[in-house]
Design a protein around this ligand. Structure first.
Ligand SMILES: [Cu+2]
Length: 163
């Protein structure tokens, strides 16, 4: 006569598991090397760059910052001889694999800047992720403003620019 009891305890276990999954709002992503390029008076847009590593496969689907009127995830790439930039709807982050947002590649674009971003200050940036199940999570960052790419990342030679 214990068959119904087993069934109900399985249901309880399933309910607990889904409850735990929903309670977990922290994004499964670590960020390092984040920086925002400093902007000058009158400049309307700049980029934020960082390395994202997801512990489970997820997707960067958006970004926001109080410093900018509009914040988008952008891709930059060469089309023939022209460097082009466009907004993307998302950027896949495979599990355990670092994805670089860097000058000349993917970046978080801060547009309609409300004030110049001074070197040495920090800019709040919130990243939004969506997993394979469609659940959203957010990560709030305080990103340092720098004049150029941190030296530790180095290796950005100008080779390949020759005609
Ligand atoms: Cu851009």
């Amino acid at each position: 006569m214990n068959f119904p009891r087993i069934t109900s305890s399985l249901l309880v276990a399933a309910a607990l598991a889904s409850g735990l999954a929903q309670a977990q709002t922290a994004a499964p992503v670590t960020v390092d090397g984040a920086w925002v390029r400093a902007s000058v008076q009158g400049q309307k847009a700049t980029g934020a760059f960082m390395r994202l590593t997801a512990s489970e496969a997820t997707r960067l689907v958006g970004a926001a910052s109080p410093a900018a009127g509009v914040t988008e995830v952008h891709e930059m790439k060469m089309e023939g001889d022209v460097m082009k930039m466009r907004a993307v709807t998302g950027l896949d982050l495979p599990a355990g694999q670092a994805v670089e947002l860097k000058p000349g590649g993917y970046h978080v674009m801060l547009m309609d800047l409300k004030a110049p971003l001074a070197k040495g200050s920090t800019v709040p940036v919130t990243l939004t992720f969506k997993n394979a199940q469609g659940a959203e999570s957010k990560l709030e960052l305080q990103v340092p403003v720098q004049a150029q790419m941190p030296a530790m990342q180095g290796g950005h030679g100008s080779h390949g620019m020759h005609k």
